[in-house]
Design a protein around this ligand. Structure first.
Ligand SMILES: [Cu+2]
Length: 163
């Protein structure tokens, strides 16, 4: 094991398929007996054509739903997006606590900290993308360094190579 100042797991890289870049997929550990879990990630569409996340599947739960969260009179409500979520051209869609998330419905086992598991995302245009999720603690934060926390060491997702 190497002890780096910034522990970004080597197994998880940003994945680029077609015009989509999927970054930082992670989930929260779940308490004993919990039937659902939540997963988060970022999806960039660097292409000229709009795409749409239509569904997802995984081995860890019976099904996966795409949820949004809205605030109504101070009450947070989750809503299932039955038609999926648009990932528009030149846009970044962030799934994060309090916002869009993947809901793992009917977990087969509880999610433990530092576990990793596979999720297959299905997009209307791009097709399927296999993504490896990493699990943080119960109620924890993303296991990836956030941009604010790593200011200075900007690995620059916007000034990428021209291809
Ligand atoms: Cu939800």
């Amino acid at each position: 094991m190497t002890a780096l100042a910034v522990t970004r797991p080597a197994i998880a890289g940003d994945i680029k398929v077609g015009s989509l870049i999927v970054e930082n997929p992670w989930a929260r550990a779940t308490p004993k007996g919990a039937k659902v879990g939540a997963g988060y990630l970022s999806i960039f569409n660097i292409g000229k054509v709009d795409d749409r996340l239509i569904s997802a599947t995984t081995d860890i739960s019976k099904s996966v739903e795409i949820h949004s969260v809205s605030m109504t009179n101070g009450i947070m409500k989750m809503r299932k997006l039955s038609d999926g979520l648009a990932i528009k051209s030149k846009n970044l869609v962030d799934f994060k606590p309090g916002g869009y998330h993947l809901m793992f419905i009917d977990l087969k086992a509880r999610l433990k900290k530092e576990q990793s598991f596979n999720v297959t995302l299905k997009f209307e245009k791009t097709g399927e993308i296999d993504v490896l999720f990493l699990t943080s603690g119960i109620g924890g934060k993303s296991p990836y360094p956030s941009e604010e926390e790593t200011s200075g060491s900007n690995s620059g997702s916007q000034s990428g190579q021209s291809n």
